[in-house]
Write a protein that binds this ligand. Structure first.
Ligand SMILES: Cc1cc2nc3c(=O)[nH]c(=O)nc-3n(C[C@H](O)[C@H](O)[C@H](O)COP(=O)(O)OP(=O)(O)OC[C@H]3O[C@@H](n4cnc5c(N)ncnc54)[C@H](O)[C@@H]3O)c2cc1C
Length: 491
């Protein structure tokens, strides 16, 4: 007798796990199974050391506010990301009140942008002027005053030329988030829910669509080597870098034309308490010309498992693997007739990206250290170690005009009936997991999402559900204040 599921979630990172918690609440008693190929959960991109832990709220990340041809600054993406992060905060606050989240997983760390050069400074000033009319950003401070900046980030200002003009913004309400801790707690909660099963060491190998619209999911037990099959009415592929190959195996027509290019991230890490003590912020600079936005240099305060550290990076690395624990055949194995042209077109148009990646890979440790010294002039090599963080798979997509384009956000690909969905891409990632999962539900369960039953349950989890935190300024202030109180954050 084969197992019948209502929902199968593939991968035990923050995405599938968030969806699992929401769906269990919406459909109590439903049979939900999570399959994870590794023995532990949150061990790929959601692992604390594999990402930067920035609660992405567009306070400091300059790639979310591009400069327009007329000199204005577009903030629509920033508004979207900031309000999505507020939704995540509400969900985590709800889970904390429900005693699902028990570990220390979030702390206040001011978010700053740090720029020099006349063009950059005028951009930052304009960005600040455009953002601060919104409650989401109204507490953002702008400064060009050396001493004021030094009071915010003393370590970065030591041994720096006072006469070199710089522009800095600072948002006190920024956060550092341990996405692994959140995932671990959500998995522990799910394991105690009726109807939910979490299976580790089980790799999903493929799918077969059934005549009634449901899915046969093919599994391999990695300990015994045995194959197995389960059935499900709905399948969500939240397998991080492993999502593209599984999307291809589903055979859904909506997945055609997608390709992926793996880029690994490296960070420099410092664990010296005396140095950490001098830097209480996440400071983001500007990505180098031609480089992808996820390459913005940043010097970050982190707290993982109660221990403080500093990170600087990311530096890009090249790898053929889609997951840190993947195989060198991942990239070549993902090439299909339908995605080869989009991938080649991206290679042709995005020459700057390729140049950047090659440059990054060729860098020596000394050269990497030079970049750190731009942000922390007194840094000493002996206090920093280089390590490899998580793997990202940049999405490439078929495009009528260009042949293929690089997609920089996340993308949900689902079939028309809404019985299968996969999540590709990584940015802004874990911070906006809750809004991304709402999008999955809107795409795949539109009728149920319109019912009072689901709306009431969603409002219980997200008090601002259905309302705009961008347009309703007072609601935004009240929401941030309420979640700050529950999560123990500065407002
Ligand atoms: C260097 C770096 C820095 C980042 N910094 C930030 C940041 O500061 N802030 C932020 O919000 N986001 C950040 N991100 C993005 C964030 O880490 C990801 O968006 C998020 O962790 C993705 O979660 P996920 O659940 O989709 O994937 P993952 O956490 O990678 O989980 C996917 C899971 O699926 C499993 N899996 C894969 N294939 C299969 C299969 N066939 N069968 C069964 N299981 C399978 C994997 O083993 C894995 O456990 C960063 C990412 C990187 C790489």
């Amino acid at each position: 007798m084969q197992t019948q599921n209502d929902v199968v979630l593939i991968g035990a990172g923050i995405m599938s796990t968030t969806l699992g918690v929401i769906m269990q609440k919406l459909m109590p008693g439903a049979k939900i199974s999570i399959y994870e190929k590794l023995e532990s959960v949150a061990a790929e991109s959601s692992d604390s050391w594999n990402n930067a832990g920035t609660g992405h709220s567009a306070f400091c990340e300059l790639n979310y506010t591009p400069k327009q041809a007329d000199g204005s600054v577009s903030i629509s993406k920033a508004l979207d990301i900031a309000s999505s992060f507020e939704i995540s905060r509400q969900f985590w606050a709800y889970l904390k009140e429900q005693k699902v989240l028990t570990e220390l997983f979030i702390k206040t760390v001011p978010h700053m942008s740090f720029l020099w050069g006349e063009d950059n400074i005028s951009f930052l000033k304009k960005r600040h002027e455009t953002m601060t009319p919104y409650a989401l950003f109204e507490d953002m401070k702008y400064s060009e005053d050396f001493d004021e900046i030094a009071s915010w980030v003393p370590m970065m200002m030591k041994n720096r030329d006072r006469n070199k003009r710089m522009g800095v913004t600072r948002m006190v309400a920024g956060t550092d988030v341990d996405f692994e801790a959140i995932t671990r707690d959500m998995i522990a909660h799910l394991k105690n829910c009726d109807g939910v099963e979490v299976h580790a060491g089980q790799e999903v190998k493929g799918f077969k669509r059934q005549a009634d619209g449901s899915w046969k999911v093919k599994l391999k037990d990695l300990k015994t080597g045995k194959s197995n099959v389960v059935h499900s009415k709905f399948v969500f592929v939240g397998s991080g870098g492993g999502s593209l190959p599984l999307l291809q195996k589903s055979g859904i027509k909506e997945g055609k034309g997608y390709g992926g290019f793996p880029v690994s991230g490296k960070f420099m890490r410092c664990k010296d308490p005396e140095i950490i003590e001098q830097h209480r912020a996440k400071v983001y600079g500007k990505a180098a010309e031609g480089s992808p936005p996820m390459s913005m240099p940043h010097l970050d305060e982190r707290r993982i498992d109660g221990e403080d550290s500093l990170l600087f990076g990311p530096y890009a690395g090249m790898s053929l693997k889609f997951l840190k624990t993947g195989s060198i055949f991942d990239l070549p194995g993902s090439i299909r007739l339908h995605n080869i042209w989009p991938m080649l077109s991206v290679a042709r148009h995005e020459f700057g990206l390729i140049k950047y990646l090659v440059g990054q890979v060729m860098q020596s440790t000394k050269e990497r250290f030079k970049t750190l010294k731009i942000y922390f002039p007194e840094a000493q090599m002996k206090n920093w170690e280089l390590y490899t963080a998580g793997q990202r798979v940049q999405i490439m997509k078929k495009d009528k005009k260009k042949g293929g384009v690089l997609k920089l956000g996340t993308e949900i690909i689902n079939n028309e009936e809404g019985s299968f969905a996969a999540l590709l891409g990584a940015s802004p990632g874990a911070s906006t997991a809750v809004s991304i999962m709402f999008n999955v539900l809107n795409k795949c369960f539109p009728e149920q999402m319109a019912t009072d039953d689901w709306k009431n349950k969603l409002t219980e989890m997200i008090p601002s559900y259905g309302k705009s935190l961008i347009d309703d300024q007072q609601l935004c202030r009240d929401t941030r204040k309420a979640t700050a109180k529950v999560l123990g954050l500065d407002e």
